[in-house]
Design a protein around this ligand. Structure first.
Ligand SMILES: O=C(O)CC[C@@H](O)C(=O)O
Ligand SMILES: [Zn+2]
Length: 469
């Protein structure tokens, strides 16, 4: 289903919004609410509806079923796989007005949020309670919880804290058939059969929409200290990771190329970490809870230099310095955005990263001799972001066509290494046709069966993740 079956009347829809939600139809609103950060597809929604409550979402879903109308959920619109793009006359359900923190329980250490709560809002709330919400990424200032959960967002602290999924104590959802389900209700232990909450996390809104989430919080980290190391070889990154990981609990282990830093520096005032120029860099973070931990870290650093893996390094002496060093990594994506990058978000098991990296790198060097390649990623989780930048004088369509001709080679390697074609960005429209490189036919058939149970009329975010038939 791609568009409304009968003539759509915004007023009829608005009359169902009894808690103060509203409907927008102005061209500017359609353009901004109908797309995400992918910019591949032209937004073309029929309207945008901004509900205020779960009951209003339920009314919208029931209305859409009656009208045979497709719905697309919209959060902070920071997605990179076109999971929240409305390009086919759909009704966008935007969660901006469902942005309340509803409840907090200090002894359970859980906080109940509406789906439109912004990641940073939750992080700040946790801090006010002297606690910590550890899922973090560069788009934390605009991404919303509902979108984070629908894509099971990861980010820069996964090595220590896991993905969004690991922090969900409960969910309230409206299914595609218009039922409200309350899943898990904040329980730590609940072995009563299928955990339906997990289907909605990473489900990209194809089964139903998350309207509320009860999130776990943890203790705040102390003495976070950042090291940036210059490396002379891609594969040394893993030797360095192992050396540090054997002795320290890292809270992050990221890597990026010299080209990535150059883009950040052209885009913003961010200093080089040190004078020695290195082809690749690793950024690692740990809690320096004592002088002993710092000494240990310095000792490992020296060993890495002696082994010839590390060319130079810097360690933060204050929170402000740590934040500056993080900018080198966190601002990469925004700095290359104007070059309309073709994105790959690949993962393999950590032990297989060195070989995998080398194979992918040699295919990429051979197949894209005239394109600029930017490597970076959460390498401590086996997650690589490979961005191919569009030459300024090439048409967008021609550029994407050329990049797609190499996909079978790249994803063929991913398949051989039993990796994933989408580590943390979801599938959406962009990666849908490549799902078979990571999931078997039997798995995809089961997914389609599940979709039919929750969304019998196929109105929930159609065309994303899997096809209904
Ligand atoms: O732009 C990208 O390819 C990655 C974006 C984000 O996941 C990051 O790690 O910065
Ligand atoms: Zn990432």
């Amino acid at each position: 289903m791609s568009s409304t079956g009968t003539a759509f009347d915004p007023q009829t829809l608005e009359s169902l919004l009894t808690d103060g939600g509203k409907v927008l139809t102005a061209p500017d609103d359609l353009a901004s609410y109908g797309c995400d950060w992918t910019r591949i597809y032209e937004p073309a929604p029929i309207a945008v509806v901004l509900p205020k409550s779960t009951e209003e979402v339920q009314a919208i879903v029931r209305f859409a079923n009656e009208q045979h109308m497709a719905l697309v959920p919209s959060g902070g619109r920071t997605g990179l796989s076109a999971g929240a793009v409305a390009a086919n006359g759909e009704l966008v359900v935007a969660f901006d007005r469902m942005n309340q923190i509803l409840d907090f329980n200090a002894s359970d250490r859980i906080v109940q949020c509406q789906a439109g709560v912004v990641t940073e809002q939750l992080q700040n709330f946790a801090e006010e309670q002297d606690l910590y919400y550890p899922v973090d990424f560069a788009s934390a200032g605009s991404s919303q919880l509902g979108g984070n959960l629908s894509t099971n967002a990861g980010g820069i602290k996964v090595i220590r804290y896991g993905m969004s999924r690991d922090w969900v104590a409960g969910l309230k959802v409206v299914t595609g058939s218009g039922e409200i389900l309350e899943l898990n209700r904040g329980l730590e232990k609940n072995n009563t059969g299928y955990d339906l909450r997990q289907l909605f996390i990473g489900g990209e809104g194809t089964l139903g929409f998350i309207t509320e989430a009860t999130m776990k919080l943890t203790r705040q980290p102390t003495g976070l200290t950042v090291m940036v190391l210059g490396l002379n070889d891609l594969t040394n990154t893993m030797d360095v990771l192992q050396a540090f990981r054997n002795k320290l609990d890292l809270t992050a282990y990221e890597f990026f190329s010299h080209e990535a830093i150059q883009h950040v520096q052209q885009h913003a005032e961010v200093q080089s970490p040190f004078e020695t120029e290195a082809p690749y860099y690793a950024l690692l973070e740990f809690e320096a809870i004592s002088d002993g931990v710092l000494e240990e870290a310095m000792g490992i650093f020296e060993q890495c230099v002696e082994s010839g893996w590390v060319l130079d390094g810097v360690i933060s002496q204050s929170e402000a310095q740590a934040e500056k060093l993080w900018q080198l990594r966190e601002r990469i994506s925004e700095s290359i955005a104007p070059r309309t990058p073709y994105k790959n978000d690949l993962s393999v098991r950590v032990s297989r990263v060195p070989e995998f990296l080398q194979e992918i790198d040699s295919v990429v060097q051979k197949e894209y001799p005239d394109f600029e390649i930017v490597w970076f990623g959460h390498i401590g989780d086996g997650n690589l972001h490979l961005n191919i930048l569009k030459p300024e004088d090439m048409e967008k369509a021609e550029f994407f066509r050329r990049c797609e001709t190499v996909n079978d080679l790249v994803f063929g390697i991913v398949e051989r290494y039993e990796g994933s074609v989408s580590a943390e960005h979801g599938v959406g429209m962009v990666k849908k046709k490549y799902l078979g490189y990571t999931k078997s036919e039997a798995e995809i058939a089961v997914m389609k069966g599940i979709k039919r149970v929750f969304d019998p009329n196929g109105i929930m975010n159609p065309g994303k993740l899997i096809d209904s038939e």
